[in-house]
Design a protein around this ligand. Sequence first.
Ligand code: MN
Length: 227
Amino acid sequence: MSYLNQPVTPAVKIAGRQEKFAVRRVYCVGWNYEEHIREMGQEPEREPPVFFMKPPDALVPNGGLIPYPTATQNLHYEVELVVAIGRSAKDIATSAAKEIIYGYAVGLDMTRRDLQAHAKKNGQPWALAKGFDHSAPISAIHPARDIGHPLSGSIWLEVNGKRRQDGDLSRMIWSVPEIIQHLSGYFELFPGDLIFTGTPAGVGAVVQGDQLRGGIEMIDTLEITLG
Ligand code: MN
């Protein structure tokens, strides 16, 4: 049996639809809520947004089990609004950004915080800290034509039933249209692209057996178990 030449396209469920959302790329924004920047020991300044990427096959569906990753003693959760892109665009203005949004989901940007701290200190990239296997749990995508474009609403996360993150989408430093404007200046966006838009304050470590439950008002609730 050969495993060559059999590419698998990761896909995410679409709420209320039979078809799935075939994923092309997973972009992420760092530092997008002031209180989270402060808890990470930095002062918020309105510098251009920081982008990094995760491999599309790091996505894990809602209800899934993720193994505790190798090479870390400090695995953190970060609950985030995820934007799903439905049309291609390059260098798009904030006023037109909504037109290319297919929908929204709840995601977790799982992070090897110890490796990220090491990378930051040494001016190294974040790939090992952010782009590992199973690092991107995601709920179903909810089409904007069903739920509209959420500008505010609570974004929260519980570990074993205890509330740890409690923010509001309205507190983002860079709004979704501004993120799309910046990102599309660096990369041509295409249908199938996902953008994780940053996490509010309250990040912390999890251990084997922990139950993570994160949600965004009017979008969805995402449940993941750490194996
Ligand atoms: Mn993040």
